[in-house]
Design a protein. Structure first.
Length: 277
């Protein structure tokens, strides 16, 4: 990931899990209309909120290998990660090649000092160059990669269901053209820095009555935890309290600060106490 900007991990999830997930999503693939716009694609279908559409989505979103990878690569720039997107994508025959892009460009902050997100594409059907496998530009990531005038030739991320196609937010990529008679399907799961506004509005996708059934780790990824200092709070406390059965009517704010901020306030309190004494 650090050297090339991407990697493919084969057979990370059992095939049965992928097949059951696709079976759960079949009605949504059939009912969802085609996208509109040159970026999303006129022959492409997309829908999100996967955790409420299938219980098998959790096996991808909370995969321990992927979570560890994301924490290793993003953890220095945030207090905790959050789920940026969990979206199903179906590219139909006749879809053209997608515009090469970097997903971190959805945010307008300065680029190059750190990564903003990591994306993982999970094929539901085999990915091939012919059916529109994601095209990734090796070495296009990071400060040096973004400075290149020529991205070079892309690599088609060809692999089968159960594999994980991982790439950084600064890595240039785009879906390929589907030149076959069959649709190709995949799931994209993204993780971003916990202090960013995510692509998918998680609290609308998973309101408390739905998120209450999630394991704590997944509820946290879906926005039900604070990012220190005090970001994403509800009435001054961690929003995970909304998942309790006994939510108080009146809630008092409680500090959620980083250790360095706690130390700074403690030092300030000592100075004030000395001046007052």
């Amino acid at each position: 990931m650090r050297e090339e900007g991407y990697c493919i991990i084969p057979d990370l999830v059992p095939g049965d899990t992928i097949r059951e997930l696709e079976r759960d999503l079949e009605p949504d693939f059939a009912a969802t209309p085609f996208c509109q716009g040159r970026f999303y694609g006129a022959r492409t279908k997309r829908f999100a909120s996967l955790l409420r559409r299938s219980p098998h989505a959790a096996a991808l979103i909370a995969n321990p290998t992927i979570i560890a990878l994301a924490e290793q690569l993003l953890g220095d720039a945030c207090d905790c990660l959050q789920l940026n997107v969990a979206q199903a994508i179906e590219i139909h025959p006749g879809e053209v090649r997608q515009f090469p892009h970097r997903d971190h460009d959805m945010w307008q902050g300065a680029k190059g000092d750190h990564e903003y997100l990591i994306n993982v594409i999970w094929p539901l059907t085999p990915f091939s160059r012919e059916n529109g496998a994601t095209q990734i530009y090796p070495g296009s990531h990071g400060r040096d990669g973004m400075a290149k005038d020529d991205l070079g030739a892309p690599v088609a991320a060809e692999c089968g269901p159960g594999s994980a196609i991982c790439f950084l937010g600064s890595t240039a990529h785009g879906a390929g053209a589907n030149e076959t008679p069959l649709a190709r399907r995949g799931i994209v799961v993204g993780y971003c820095l916990g202090w960013l506004k995510p692509y998918e509005n998680q609290w609308l996708a998973y309101p408390p009555d739905i998120a209450r059934s999630f394991p704590p780790e997944i509820a946290g990824l879906a926005g039900y935890r604070q990012h220190r200092p005090n970001l994403g709070n509800y009435e001054g406390q961690c929003p995970s309290l909304l998942l309790r059965d006994d939510v108080p009517q009146h809630i008092g704010a409680v500090d959620a600060l980083r250790p360095d901020q706690e130390a700074m306030l403690a030092d300030y309190a000592d100075v004030v106490a000395e001046q007052s004494g």
